[in-house]
Design a protein around this ligand. Structure first.
Ligand SMILES: Nc1ncnc2c1ncn2[C@@H]1O[C@H](COP(=O)(O)OP(=O)(O)OP(=O)(O)O)[C@@H](O)[C@H]1O
Ligand SMILES: [Mg+2]
Length: 492
């Protein structure tokens, strides 16, 4: 019997069991199934009890935009047709795959596919399915837990635990965002917040070379997340707010994203500098909303980049609305908790020296992201060249000649080498190519650093007076220049 038939029967059984058993919820459906049945968005069917189309004018401004709205969800019964079955299982012709079986039928008129003899279908399925697979389908795990036709070991609870939570699905995230940010002003809000489903994050912890300290902290926080209930029980709440500090390109953002990916948590990113450019009057409200969204998406990671912006704003005599927004932000941070709200907060900054006490105080762990030392550079080079073809590759040697470069710099070097080689129609690199690229990088380095530290795009846009830029670089706290000491800091 083909796998396609098994896939489709699994789908038919799951939908049938789910439709009947009202104690099951969306977290009992495998992600690929529930995606098909998710009806997102608030206005979807337009048949809401509460009035017509233009009722929202007041609601948005009053701050209770969500009162009385219906949430998106999955409605019973789940209807199964060739197209829903195809979408859920990936089987090209679902009906053809099961039409031979004794217990299936297709309604020519509606196009629906169904089971005529559920019991027979169950026995057929129980005989063929492997246990691993049932463990990934909580609905069926529950159904077959004590089923006489099935003699493997499955448990509903374990399957549910292993199943990715609905909060991590893109469809869920989209419907939530639509619900919260649906009027015109709110569109701009989405410039400030970026929400990514874990499946959309493409960096994993395996791709990153971390210091021993960083690894230990990540271990600690993973454990804390795993044992939230216990921590709540013993009243330990001051946990789950991390601050990543370090120069640009040292992996702060990547590490936060990789955590989201590896722990299957949605990743909510806030770019603080965007606050300035947005509708100032709305800013405090939007900050509030961001935290609300994070709580609704929980468990999730809320990543607040450019955290030094907070301190800078409090010091300077900025627009009052902006100060208000920043104060709202600090208050919101106080009011959110890993233990109570299932939100892991990660702040990041390149300028820890600029943070004031009020900002520092909010974080219970500070994690240092130093520039990589010799050993780390060699490891990073190994990682980022994993899929490349390089002759006589000697990462140690390149690590030696790239003192002061960050992970991000090393990536640039590699990119340069690849592009250079392509101009000669080569896709196999040589050690020589890499060394040339390092040299090239050094030449551009001052200009690049100036841009990153000062955010001074004009220097680049205006055509780049390189002489001026590199002079400027010395005046500022130029990370790259006095970096030679850096390597003594870590003992790799
Ligand atoms: N330790 C590392 N191991 C592997 N790759 C790294 C490391 N550090 C940086 N990189 C790579 O460099 C790039 C930039 O890193 P990332 O954006 O995480 O830096 P950042 O610290 O957030 O910088 P910024 O302060 O400018 O936001 C990423 O592609 C990342 O994979
Ligand atoms: Mg970053």
């Amino acid at each position: 019997m083909s796998n396609a038939a098994l896939d489709v029967v699994e789908f038919l059984l799951t939908t049938s069991v789910y439709s009947d058993d009202r104690t099951l919820d969306e977290n009992d459906l495998p992600p690929s199934f529930r995606r098909v049945f998710w009806t997102g968005g608030v206005d979807e069917s337009g048949d809401g009890e509460e009035s017509g189309d233009d009722d929202t004018g007041g609601a948005g401004a009053s701050g209770s935009a969500n009162a009385g709205r219906r949430h998106a969800g999955i409605r019973r019964p789940l209807s199964t047709t060739n197209s829903t079955a195809r979408e859920a299982t990936g089987v090209d012709r679902p009906w053809d795959a099961v039409s031979e079986l004794m217990f299936t039928e297709r309604d020519e008129f509606s196009g629906s596919i169904s089971l005529t003899q559920q019991e027979m279908a169950e026995s057929w399925f129980a005989e063929r399915v492997d246990t691993e697979r049932l463990r990934e389908n909580p609905t069926l795990a529950k159904h077959f837990e004590d089923h006489e036709a099935f003699d493997g070991e499955v448990s509903h609870e374990a399957a549910r635990e292993q199943n990715r939570p609905i909060q991590a699905d893109r469809v869920w995230i989209d419907s939530l965002l639509e619900e919260y940010f649906d009027d015109e002003d709110d569109e701009d809000m989405l410039d400030l917040v970026d929400v990514r489903a874990p499946e959309e994050v493409d960096v994993t912890l395996d791709d990153l070379v971390l210091t021993g300290d960083q690894e230990a902290e990540i271990d600690k926080i993973s454990k804390a997340i795993e044992h939230r209930d216990y921590l709540a029980e013993i009243g330990l709440r001051e946990i789950g707010k991390l601050l990543f500090v370090g120069p640009p390109g040292t992996g702060k953002t990547s590490t936060a994203q990789a955590l989201a990916r590896d722990m299957d948590l949605p990743f909510v990113e806030v770019k603080l500098s965007m606050i300035t450019s947005q509708y100032l009057g709305e800013t405090a409200k939007n900050v509030d909303k961001t935290f609300e969204v994070a709580k609704r998406l929980s468990p999730c990671i809320l990543f607040i980049d450019e955290f030094d912006f907070v301190a800078k704003t409090r010091r300077s005599d900025e627009h009052a609305a902006l100060k208000r927004a920043v104060n709202t932000l600090l208050k919101s941070i106080d009011n959110i908790s890993l233990i109570e709200d299932d939100v892991l907060l990660i702040g990041a900054t390149n300028h820890p020296d600029q943070l004031d006490d009020a900002a520092w105080r909010r974080f219970d762990e500070i994690i240092n992201f130093p520039k990589p030392d010799y050993g780390m550079r060699a490891d990073i080079l190994q990682v980022i060249t994993r899929t490349m073809d390089i002759e006589e590759f000697d990462p140690q040697l390149i690590a030696e000649s790239t003192q002061g470069l960050t992970g991000s710099d090393l990536r640039m070097v590699l990119r340069e080498a690849v592009l250079e080689a392509l101009t000669e129609d080569r896709t196999t690199l040589t050690q020589e190519d890499l060394l040339n690229a390092v040299e090239e990088f050094e030449e551009r380095d001052n200009l690049k650093n100036m841009d990153m530290i000062e955010g001074d795009h004009d220097a680049l846009v205006a055509g780049g007076d390189i002489g001026k830029a590199s002079d400027g670089g010395h005046d500022h706290d130029h990370d790259h220049d006095h970096d030679d000491h850096d390597d003594h800091d870590h003992d790799h």
